[in-house]
Write a protein that binds this ligand. Structure first.
Ligand code: IZC
Ligand code: ZN
Length: 408
């Protein structure tokens, strides 16, 4: 099917098939009075001025609006049982996130709810979240496991993602996060749990093709950097790319490890030290920053400007999960990145499209509007890029096109 979007007021997109870093992160392509032609879900041609006349093409009138690539949410914990609304009151009383976890709540309470749910129940709940994400403009989403912490429940979560990927329009990319916490049955035997992950669960996940990446929550009281290294290396040896929850609350060398392993991404990084940022730049690791988590936990915001200045490609994502970020709205993330990281609208656009795609190994296929890329496209209820940052709080996505098909 051939589709032509004409009468685009402003077309804004980063360019290229790999992450953009430094000054280049803010150097996007801006076209005025543009048109875009797609065929069978792939972008064929983009131009400025008078749109070509294509007989039989379906015409979408852009009505002078802004058009961008679809948003890529590169960090979510999409599949989980239950919620944790009761933790909001604890948080307001000043109980720290890690203290709730150490007392058997937090992640471990979601583990109990996820173990108790059927795959179908998990899928239905995640499907509702995906419908909402799509409304806000997310066309691709990374999903981490990590609420099973045993072989069967981890596989159940990952199988739910696989089934959902085939059942609805948002494209899903799976990450194995068995190293999200030490489950209570291994409370006195951390080494035993790590052995279960490296010798049994990671090989099974890889054999069944249920994940592309392996991630570790490297944090005080969870997994230290040496343990993270062992787990990530086991993942790499089974073909799972390395990702790491690094330096979220305490700087315990997660960002350094990410750079040294040339990890695809390091995520959170609120407390990342200069040395870790340098190592990430050397290793070509994408920084996936999660400003809505800082907002919700009332924590400092990651040093995005220092990372951009050091040559680290910066992406931004929601972190959607029941504990530290119950929001799945990428437009909220974009506003926070602009206001709190002091990133320019152009830099943020790259952060939520091309650099996010690079953080999940998809930059060759999505993340920009260019001939040959998949037709994942948003038409905004706004005339220009800066307008969507300015009018925070409203849903400004008017039309969502996924693989050439209008889905909102
Ligand atoms: O369920 O609390 N930080 N993992 C690491 C999370 C937040 C998710 C959760
Ligand atoms: Zn996370």
């Amino acid at each position: 099917m051939t589709v032509l979007i004409k009468n685009i007021g402003q077309l804004a997109t980063p360019l290229g098939s790999s992450a953009q870093r430094g000054k280049a992160q803010g150097e996007i392509c801006l076209l005025k009075n543009a048109w875009l032609l797609m065929e069978d879900g792939v972008i064929r041609k983009i131009g400025e001025g008078e749109a070509p006349c294509i007989p039989d093409a379906k015409i979408i009138d852009g009505e002078g609006r802004l058009v961008t690539p679809g948003l890529v949410d590169a960090h979510t914990h999409l599949v989980f049982g239950g919620w944790r609304a009761h933790e909001l009151m604890l948080k307001l009383q000043g109980v720290p996130y890690l203290e709730i976890l150490a007392a058997g709540g937090g992640i471990l309470s979601t583990v109990r709810a996820t173990r108790g749910a059927s795959q179908e129940e998990l899928q239905d709940k995640a499907a509702a979240a995906l419908r909402e994400m799509l409304q806000y403009g997310t066309t691709t989403c990374e999903c981490k496991s990590g609420y099973g912490l045993d072989l069967d429940t981890e596989l159940k979560q990952l199988r739910a993602v696989k089934a959902l990927n085939e059942a609805q329009p948002v494209e899903l990319v799976s990450t194995f996060l068995g190293a999200h916490a030490v489950p209570s049955e291994f409370a006195g035997d951390r080494a035993g749990y790590i052995r279960l992950l490296t010798d049994r669960v990671i090989p099974e996940v890889a054999k069944e093709g249920l994940a592309e990446f392996c991630d570790v929550f490297c944090e005080t009281g969870v997994f230290d950097a040496a343990e993270a290294e062992e787990i990530l290396k086991a993942g790499l040896s089974h073909g799972l790319g390395a990702k790491i929850h690094a330096d979220e609350i305490n700087p315990i060398s997660g960002s350094q490890l990410a750079g040294e392993l040339r990890a695809v991404s390091a995520e959170h990084l609120i407390a990342a030290p200069d040395g870790g940022i340098e190592k990430m730049a050397e290793g070509g690791t994408v920084a996936v920053l999660l400003p809505a988590t800082s907002f919700y936990l009332d924590k400092p915001f990651a040093r995005a400007r220092a990372m951009i200045d050091a040559g680290v490609p910066v992406a931004a994502a929601t972190d959607f999960n029941p504990g530290s970020c119950p929001s799945l709205n990428m437009q909220m993330v974009m506003s926070l990145a602009c206001y709190k990281y002091r990133m320019k609208p152009e830099e943020v656009l790259t952060a939520v499209t091309l650099n996010a795609a690079a953080a999940i190994g998809r930059a060759h296929r999505i993340g920009t509007l260019e001939a040959g890329k998949q037709a994942d496209i948003l038409i905004w209820d706004a005339p220009s890029l800066e307008h969507i940052f300015y009018r925070f709080g409203s849903d400004q996505v008017k039309t969502v096109i996924k693989k050439g098909i209008e889905v909102k």
